[in-house]
Design a protein around this ligand. Structure first.
Ligand SMILES: CCCCCCCCCCCCCCCCCCCCCCC/C=C/C(=O)SCCNC(=O)CCNC(=O)[C@H](O)C(C)(C)COP(=O)(O)OP(=O)(O)OC[C@H]1O[C@@H](n2cnc3c(N)ncnc32)[C@H](O)[C@@H]1OP(=O)(O)O
Ligand SMILES: Cc1cc2nc3c(=O)[nH]c(=O)nc-3n(C[C@H](O)[C@H](O)[C@H](O)COP(=O)(O)OP(=O)(O)OC[C@H]3O[C@@H](n4cnc5c(N)ncnc54)[C@H](O)[C@@H]3O)c2cc1C
Length: 615
């Protein structure tokens, strides 16, 4: 018999003014997609061995990893078995697009995530047809487990500064991989420490002493039978982190490690047997895997933010605290307008990021198809947009997830709420796949070029076209959607123009272009990431905004219910559908090993002799 649902949540659900299932269907891409997703979740989550007997927060660092590998094997097999052979690839992608199934199993991400998120995409994007056929067969069947090894102890952002060398030896038709310094060690790649046995390594190619730039190589580093590191390979784990503690991030050093010529992934650039180097049509095609993951991250942020606001809104409907009016009893904290302000932006942002992710994914698919035909025209715009959206969505999601946590008081600080772990997952994305400031400056580089083109009368790409609109600076604001968008465009234009004016001022003062860029870089980041509106308009918009909060209030629980996350996926004492937060907090507390006995052994060993002055 299912547990009784909290009365306040029942009332909230009765108050809701719209059809929750309709919104769920819309988010999934239709009723059939919702059905497919639920069917997949039913199948996978009914698998034995997927869930922890003891909450993983009470395991040691080593036990957490070993337990995660155990679950990853069970989970991956369950996902494979759950695949419906009659479904099209697109239907399968839709079913998993919004599903956070892995979040039900891994609170701190999976030791297989790099295999799926980067190793396979790197093969698909960087291998030639023959290489793709061979390696995809092995990787898709999990006969091998891979990762993506680009970052080094000494370099993460500046790819052209990577120190790992790959020197071609025409006599043996091999590449010699070497880490010339400690800072050249690959450092950070997920699964690298003890899980994977292959990786795509980004290394500096040299032929006859000449630099041929950074190229991708597929490298085996552990024996497939014994899992022992191969000769010339130094391996290890980088240690405990804020999050991602079951991803097994590791380090790898090469000592004159030889690999056959056909292990350089040669879709874009090639090395012939005699050492002839055939250059890529665009050296940045080598960076393609990162562009792909930046696109995936935008959708990932939408899902993780939806999870956090679901937990916080449901808890805010159940939690009663303080006194809004004398003798009126303690109100639901969701009735405080400050609480609505903190949480409703998170609901809206999750929807905005979902729509943005769909748009960006379509752009990525179009540009990738064009690249296959040799048309590279829109690659720079895709790069600039992917940089901006990855940086903006990860920054905003980190802020909004942390705000969801602090909106839940002390119980939001409990690991059993799962809000700290969700924060650990999303805040990492501000750094990986390109640190956000660095990516915003990449976007700024494109914006400045576009404004210069606009000022010389050239046509701009659709996403940059606002830079050529001669919008009057005396634009009258109205708070219609169109008026607000026009206002944002006007201010965005002004930010880019101001940054450019600043750079020109520094150049006139005698600075070189690089120093002028650096001196203006705060403005350049601002031009890429946000726009602000002039004072007079804030008041008008503020009134509208507060009015809107009131309109959303009766639908808040319905809006988060529409995300349709199962309790296992929320994995939270505060966010369960039935709202039994206090019972769940106590149930989880009693699982602490410290509660196994009323007096802990430290009393007899330390406390008692200490308090009796004997220590
Ligand atoms: C998919 C299934 C997933 C299953 C697993 C589920 C996991 C659940 C976990 C939950 C987490 C939350 C949800 C997240 C969503 C899932 C994400 C998957 C999980 C991933 C785990 C983490 C893995 C992390 C991996 C890494 O971090 S890999 C390393 C990343 N490193 C970087 O990004 C380095 C950044 N630096 C750079 O890109 C470059 O150095 C630079 C661009 C900054 C500078 O490059 P460079 O110096 O060479 O170039 P210039 O600045 O001189 O510019 C020259 C011109 O080149 C153009 N350019 C630059 N880059 C590109 C490009 N990429 N494409 C095209 N053009 C490019 C510039 O624009 C310049 O052009 P111009 O001269 O015309 O101006
Ligand atoms: C959880 C996690 C998982 C990861 N997984 C992987 C993986 O699987 N594979 C992999 O290869 N890497 C991985 N990374 C590494 C990640 O890609 C790098 O950390 C990231 O690229 C930043 O590089 P860095 O850490 O060397 O910082 P640096 O490049 O040293 O940058 C440090 C700081 O310097 C400033 N800065 C640097 N350059 C500029 C600039 N041009 N302009 C302005 N400011 C600048 C920024 O403030 C930046 O934060 C992972 C990282 C994390 C946190």
């Amino acid at each position: 018999m299912s547990a009784k649902v909290n009365d306040d949540l029942l009332t909230e659900r009765r108050k809701c003014e719209f059809n929750v299932e309709e919104l769920t269907n819309y988010l999934d891409g239709g009723a059939q997609a919702t059905q497919n997703r639920r069917k997949l979740e039913d199948k996978v989550l009914s698998t034995k061995g997927l869930f922890d007997e003891v909450p993983e927060e009470y395991l040691s660092h080593k036990e957490k990893y070993e337990n995660a590998v155990r679950k990853a094997v069970v989970y991956y097999k369950a996902m494979k078995e759950a695949e419906d052979p009659n479904q099209t690839e697109q239907e399968r992608a839709n079913a998993t697009y919004r599903s956070l199934l892995h979040a039900a199993v891994f609170k701190d991400n999976s030791p297989f995530s790099l295999h799926l998120a980067m190793f396979i995409p790197a093969i698909l994007g960087q291998a030639d047809e023959e290489q793709k056929k061979y390696w995809m067969k092995r990787a898709s069947k999990m006969e091998i487990i891979g990762t993506y090894a680009q970052t080094e102890l000494g370099h993460g952002t500046f790819i052209r500064g990577l120190e790992t060398t790959a020197t071609y030896d025409p006599k043996t038709e091999e590449f010699v991989l070497h880490s010339p310094t400690l800072t050249a060690y690959k450092w950070w790649p997920g699964s690298l420490a003890h899980t994977a046995n292959y990786c795509v390594v980004m290394a500096h190619l040299y032929i006859n002493g000449k630099s041929c730039g950074i190229q991708p190589f597929i490298v085996q580093f552990r024996d497939e039978e014994t899992h022992q590191p191969l000769p010339g390979i130094k391996l290890g784990e980088i240690g405990a982190k804020l999050g991602f503690n079951t991803v097994n991030n590791g380090f790898l050093g090469f000592d004159q490690h030889r690999i056959p010529r056909n292990r350089m992934l040669m879709k874009n650039a090639q090395v012939l047997k005699d050492g002839t180097f055939k250059r890529s049509p665009n050296s940045k095609l080598t960076y393609g895997t990162m562009v792909y993951v930046r696109v995936v991250i935008v959708n990932g942020m939408a899902n993780q933010l939806a999870r956090a606001v679901t937990i916080a809104v449901r808890y805010s409907a159940v939690r009663r605290q303080s006194e809004l009016k004398p003798d009126a009893g303690e109100p639901q904290i969701l009735d405080y307008v400050t609480q609505q302000h903190k949480l409703f932006i998170g609901i809206a942002s999750s929807h905005a990021f979902t729509l943005t992710a769909k748009w960006l994914t379509r752009m990525y698919q179009k540009v990738t198809a064009d690249l296959e035909k040799g048309n590279l025209d829109e690659l720079p715009e895709l790069h600039a947009i992917a940089c901006c959206l990855k940086a903006v969505t990860t920054t905003d999601t980190s802020v909004l997830v942390e705000r969801s946590r602090t909106s839940c008081g002390g119980h939001g600080y409990m690991l059993s709420s799962n809000l700290p772990q969700i924060y650990g997952l999303v805040t990492a994305a501000c750094t990986y796949e390109g640190e956000n400031t660095v990516l915003m400056l990449q976007t700024a580089r494109s914006l400045v070029k576009a404004l210069e083109q606009a000022q010389s009368g050239k046509r701009l790409s659709p996403t940059m076209s606002y830079l050529s609109e001669k919008v009057s600076s005396r634009l009258k604001w109205d708070n219609s959607i169109d008026g607000i968008v026009k206002g944002f465009r006007r201010v965005a234009y002004g930010k880019v123009e101001s940054a450019m004016r600043s750079m020109r001022k520094y150049v006139r003062s005698g600075l070189g272009p690089e120093d002028a860029w650096n001196m203006s870089s705060v403005q350049l980041v601002a031009a890429s990431e946000y726009t602000s509106i002039s004072e007079a308009d804030i008041r008008q918009l503020q009134d509208t905004y507060e009015d809107l909060l009131g309109k959303i209030r009766p639908n808040a629980v319905g809006l988060v219910d529409a995300f349709d996350f199962r309790d296992q996926i929320l994995n939270s004492t505060l966010g369960a559908y039935d709202g039994r937060v206090y019972e769940r907090l106590m149930e989880e507390a009693l699982k602490s090993p410290l509660n196994a006995e009323p007096v802990n052994q430290s009393f007899h060993k330390y406390l008692k002799p200490f308090m009796q002055g004997k220590l």
